[in-house]
Structure formats: structure tokens, C-alpha cells
Design a protein around this ligand. Sequence first.
Ligand code: TXA
Ligand code: MG
Length: 331
Amino acid sequence: METKFVSIEEAAALLRAGAVVAFPTETVYGLGADATSDAAIAQIFASKGRPGDNPLIVHIGDLAWLSSVVSACSDTAQRLMDAFWPGPLTVILPKHENLAERVTAGLSTVGVRMPSHSVALELLRAVELPIAAPSANVSGRPSPTRAVHVADDLDGRIAGIVDGGAAEIGLESTVIDCTVEPPVILRPGAVTRAEIEAVIGPVDVAEVRTDDVAAPKSPGMKYRHYAPKAPMTIVQGSEAFFRQVVAEARCAGKRVGVLVAEEHAHCCDADVVLTCGSGQAAVARRLYDVLREFDSADVDVIYSESFSEVGIGEAIMNRLRKASGGRVIAE
Ligand code: TXA
Ligand code: MG
């Protein structure tokens, strides 16, 4: 059975009826369902193949809905919402009993965000319900940044997809835990640490782990993240070093893929060169697309350039480190 592309009105009706529907946000596509219905939420976990102990983010269409999703809101959290909502920031707060038990995977806290994408906002406001939505990929695949990625992963398993074009940001929201003092950034994203600290002062940042963790702050941190079929390694150093690494692998008989910014497309002699465009915003926007492309390219190994960690670069390198299982070689 093929999944239909649906209008905002059709999607709203489906969501109200307890179905799961994929929709665009400014970060990545989300797989939405009524956050107050256990049966609807169960379908999200089933269609993605998501482990039941990994909680979902709840999306709201208006600040007035917050009091039906969280049971308390600190001053710090309020300042963050005022500064960055609607937008790519998820705030963790004590959860409201209204929410379906499974949304938060049994935790006493919930992640909540108000997206800025006009289609997402219009949809939420048409449904008039808080909508739980993880990224709309099959668990273990890169988050979808275009409707076709959602269809590739979930065709026939969900009630509909709203196509809103390519996601503007391309990486998932920044997640910040506001139930602790100082707050802790659990996942870097487009809202940077510096921007957050300019509003609420110093925050902590959770350590990036690529191995399994027994009791992670954010349950999502313990799961193995997407890794391309061919092992990927991040290369740190000069262009000459990158060229040498690629040449050595090819000498050893490997078909080599490289992931680089547009300006480095001709930096080396590889079998497959995939570029993420030029500039940080383009790299963020294109990264998951390119990672998906590598799976249909016939390569034995992938070498990625190491991108700057300034601003959204922190999120870019966080996702790249996860995709490469922490493999880095430095000059
Ligand atoms: O940009 C985004 O955040 C996208 C769009 C669709 O909004 N959503 C998204 O959801 O990336 P998901 O489920 O793929 O990632 C949610 C992350 C997971 O790492 C999860 O463990 C963490 O947020 N999380 C959710 N609720 C939490 C909670 N109560 N405490 C700690 N971490 C939480
Ligand atoms: Mg996800």
C-alpha cells in the first residue's frame, strides 16, 4: 500500500482520528500523532521501529498550549521560549499528566517545542492538539530532510505525508534540559550554546558518546545512530593529508567515497565525491541527504572532511561523529 501525500486539512483530520502523519518542520520531517492518545503514540513506535524507552518530543502550535503539556515551567525555560520560539529548540520540563504515558517513555519529564515552519504551525493549529513527533525516519536511518526520504523509509506504514519541500535547517533541534541547574544541552542544534548563554547565562553540555551508555541523560543518546553502510572516518588535517589518506586507501584496492564542502570537490582523486554545498548552513542542510546517497553509491570506505565547530558547526560535527562511530584520523 502506498502512502498518500495529503493536504494540511487532510493531515489534521487524520491526526484527530488517531492516525500517524509525517509533516515538515524547519529542522527535519516529523512523524506526528496525538500526544494525548496512547493508541496513536503506539503507532509511531511501531511504524518507525523505535525502542519504547526513547521518549518523543511534543510539538505545540501556541504558547497557550504549554500548560497542558508541562506541569511546571521555570523562569529560565520561559526566557528560552521567549527568545527562540517558534524555532529549533526543544526544552525538557516536568510533564503534564494529560500526555499519553508512552510519549515520555515513562519519564517524569517531557521535551516540548514550537516549530517555526509555516506548514507545521498551520497543521498544529488546525489539529488543536499537542502532537508528539520524532524524526520521520525508520529507526537507525538519517533523519529525513525531504518528503521523498520519508516515503523511502515509511511508505505503506503511515497514513499520509505532507510535502513542504526541503527542510531549511536540515539537522534536528537543539535539546536543553531545564529540569536541572544549570541547564544541560543534551543535543546540539541550530540554536547554539553561545546564543543560549547570551539569554540565560552559563549552561553545561552533555558529553558526546558514540558507545553505549548505561544511564544517559537523554535516552536517545544511548542508541547507535545512523552509520552509512561503508565505514566512515573523519579526516583532520591539511588538504595534502586528506589527499594522501584517499590515495593510500585506493592503493590498497578500496573504492573510496569522500564527503566534502563544494570548494573541496577537486581536492583529491576519489571514486565517488559527494559535496554538501558551500558554507555551514548548506552543509547542515545537505548532510543527511548526502549520507543517504552514500548508501546507494558503491564504495568500501568513506572519508569526510572535518568541518568547523563554530556555531551550527558543533551540531554538524556531532552528527558526523555519530555517523562515523567516533572514527577520526588526524595528521
Ligand atoms: O528537530 C527535531 O527535534 C525533530 C523535529 C521533528 O521536531 N524531532 C526529533 O525527534 O529529532 P527525535 O525523536 O528524533 O529526537 C528526540 C530526542 C531523542 O534523543 C530523545 O531521547 C530526546 O530528544 N528526548 C525526548 N524527550 C526527552 C526527555 N524527556 N528527556 C531527555 N531527552 C529527551
Ligand atoms: Mg530521530
